[in-house]
Design a protein around this ligand. Sequence first.
Ligand code: SAH
Ligand code: SF4
Ligand code: F3S
Length: 478
Amino acid sequence: MSSAPADGAAATQPATSGARKVYVKSYGCQMNVYDSHRMADTLASSGYTETSSPEGADLVILNTCHIRERAAEKVYSELGRLREMKDSAALEGRQVRIAVAGCVAQAEGKEIIRREKTVDLVVGSQNYHRLPELLARAHNGPVVDTEFPVEDKFEHLGKPSASKIRTRGISAFLTIQEGCDKFCTFCVVPYTRGVEVSRPAASIIAEAERLADAGVREITLIGQNVNAYHGQGPDGRTWTLGKLLERIAGIRGIVRLRYSTSHPRDMDDSLYAAHRDIPAVMPQLHLPVQSGSDRILAAMNRGHTRAEFMHVVERLRAIRPDMAFTSDIIVGFPGETDEDFEDTMRLVRDVPFTSGYAFNYSTRPGTPAAEREDQIPENVKTARLHRLQALLEQQRHSFNMRSMGACVPVLFDKAGRLPGQMVGRSMFLQPVHVMADAAIISTVADVEINEINSNGLFGTLVHAPRAHEAAAMELQKA
Ligand code: SAH
Ligand code: SF4
Ligand code: F3S
């Protein structure tokens, strides 16, 4: 599958006096966004500084996604553009190196170098801590490393400096779990990310504390199946996600907590309790359902029925009546009839969602559903997709309209486009704009909403930061 590093002790490239620049482009999910940051942090110790565009970069890393055919193909068109950039830099005597990381790297390995000779390095999702060493080896010709190593990559990845954390904003992702053992019949993730592994709680807590100390106010715990989390706790017991949320909510400065992506099968009592008892846990959940038809859910190997999904929604709403649900839905899975699709539309109406992502089923090589002969024609998929997207859009709009005239708590994170305008997020991640002093950034304040358009919610500040957020403000000033 790959060539392993010949020598684990191979030298990290020494930092050169003229700082080299690395540009990392992320595709796909939040896990890749997190990994891209950690790759940049790891390369910082080899003298690389992060830059926000490929022009002028000495190293370009594409952190890729393999989930749907179009996502994977994007990588090759981007590589074509980068080849031209690399060739013209070479004419000026400047060497640019190109690396492909992420799920396409993991799935296609050396096939990438065969298809696109401009690539110097292919690095799978579990090997980012080896980047400095792999780049050193790539001086002698293309290198491929897509092994699943035994060591814990998280412990070996570079850590961001406090100033780096601040430039990334007051909301941060923190990976707590990786991989998936569920093998839904349409999905590549179990093959590209490997088996489900939970990080030990102590290392997650230390990372959350570092983020909070540097000014982060909102953390989203992420994983391919984040609520399957079962890491070792500092007390030697296995911790659930609910327990971890409770611990992280106690960290000074953290005012909001989220987690994503959850699987309906992995909701447990500790998580329901977290939504009931921890004010920092936001009343919002991304809970992919994929289909509303029991027949299709079974063929997808989702391991739950439509009724079981509805039970999760109802149980959470009983605890938190303001709970908002978003979802992922696939249309045109092999064998999906008009009736199955109508079941999906009915489920979406029954929940209803506050927004959602709908996808045409995409055939992924190596997955069981790709072998089926009853594939659905593209025009049928697309017609269904448009109907579903229209319904989800309607639901998003009516959810937004419910905020009209309401007073909503907003965590402010940056200046807006207009002079004097500040922007933050509601509990449900809607962007909210007000005219306010910049000192409001990184605090939670109440806003009365008086306008809603396609850019989000607009309103006036009605409340200074509330008492329980004052501590966070003090920390920020310190
Ligand atoms: N672990 C998450 C999903 C990760 S993939 C879960 O189990 O829900 C993100 C989304 O991509 C999935 O929820 C699914 O809706 C979509 N997806 C995955 N494979 C796909 C495929 N072959 N075709 C179309 N959409 C797909
Ligand atoms: Fe893919 Fe299913 Fe695992 Fe989600 S649970 S990552 S959809 S195999
Ligand atoms: Fe894509 Fe890999 Fe994430 S396939 S969705 S980048 S886990």
